[in-house]
Design a protein around this ligand. Structure first.
Ligand code: GUN
Length: 283
């Protein structure tokens, strides 16, 4: 079997065309969705992600601004800025780029964001809503993964989905979203004994381990769907996923590449959440 590749870049392009139309309609009604991104310190990877978020916002007509703060910013100062943004009715979405400097507690910052502006879907209120299956802002990478599966009409209901990784941003929520779609979900992580015994059973395997090319054909069941969330930079500067793409594609039915896979979908879902925030949560 040779897999069909789910190209996240192409799917993102299509979704962005649709969102452009939606934003135009809102603009004609006098409403321009606005995203404010806060970045603390000068982590080069974070800066590059933030530039990507601004560029994508521009592409669909969402206005955005970036508040750049020095690494020495105190938690109190950051919370004060977030309070001002919470109270600013022209700001619809607030995103604090992670990671933060060590002296700032991530949890305090996340809970300080008004849940109705939490376009990352990281606030405990929104996580709770996701768990009960209510309409809310879904975390972007997990939402992007479900959108990719649905774009190919891949059946989720009744399937065994195995998630490798248990981060708050990807692993845990993607398992929950797959459960919401009626999959049977197994979580594996760095302490799992006999990983292969689980991966071999997966109809849908989501890999978010952060270990380059850790998963290959020997881990997979014939016909499995493989979603690779890993983005690893190799010594030669090239990017690779957590899955050995060339080997895995020989046994899978569908597979996502790296780059041009899940990565572009994450930003696209952020745009979707920002439009949702501008409309009001139920919109
Ligand atoms: N850092 C890495 N990924 C993300 C993300 O999705 N949102 C935020 N706020 N920070 C990140």
């Amino acid at each position: 079997m040779s897999a069909e590749v789910i190209n996240g870049k192409d799917l993102s392009y299509e979704l962005k065309q649709e969102m452009k139309e939606e934003v135009n309609v809102l603009k004609h009604k006098g409403l321009t969705p606005h995203l404010t991104v806060i970045i603390v310190g000068d982590n080069p990877a974070s800066k590059s992600y933030v530039r990507g978020k601004q560029k994508a916002s521009d592409e669909v007509g969402i206005s955005s601004d970036v508040i750049e703060l020095p690494a020495s910013t105190s938690e109190e100062e950051l919370l004060q800025i977030i309070t001002e943004l919470n109270n600013d009715s022209t700001v619809h979405g607030i995103l604090v780029q992670l990671p933060l400097p060590e002296h700032i507690r991530e949890e305090s910052v996340i809970v300080s964001i008004d849940p109705s502006k939490d376009v990352d879907g990281f606030h405990p209120v929104n996580i709770g809503r996701m768990m009960t299956g209510e309409d809310t802002f879904l975390p972007c990478t997990p939402a992007g993964i479900i959108t990719m599966l649905k774009s190919k009409n891949i059946e989720i209901s009744g399937k065994h989905a195995v998630v490798l990784g248990r981060s708050n941003i990807v692993g845990k929520p993607v398992g929950q979203l797959l459960l919401n779609e009626n999959a049977t979900v197994t979580y594996c992580h760095s302490r799992t004994n006999d990983l292969k015994a689980f991966t071999k059973q997966a109809d849908i395997l989501v890999v978010a381990l952060g270990i380059p090319e850790m998963i290959n054909d020997t881990h997979l069941k014939e016909g499995a769907v493989v979603i690779d969330v890993g983005i690893n930079r190799l010594d030669d500067g090239s990017l690779t996923g957590d899955v050995d793409f060339d080997r895995a594609k020989e046994v899978t039915s569908y597979i996502t590449p790296v780059p041009r896979g899940v990565g572009p979908m994450t930003i696209t879902m952020l745009l979707k959440n920002t439009i949702k925030a501008a409309r009001g949560l139920s919109g």
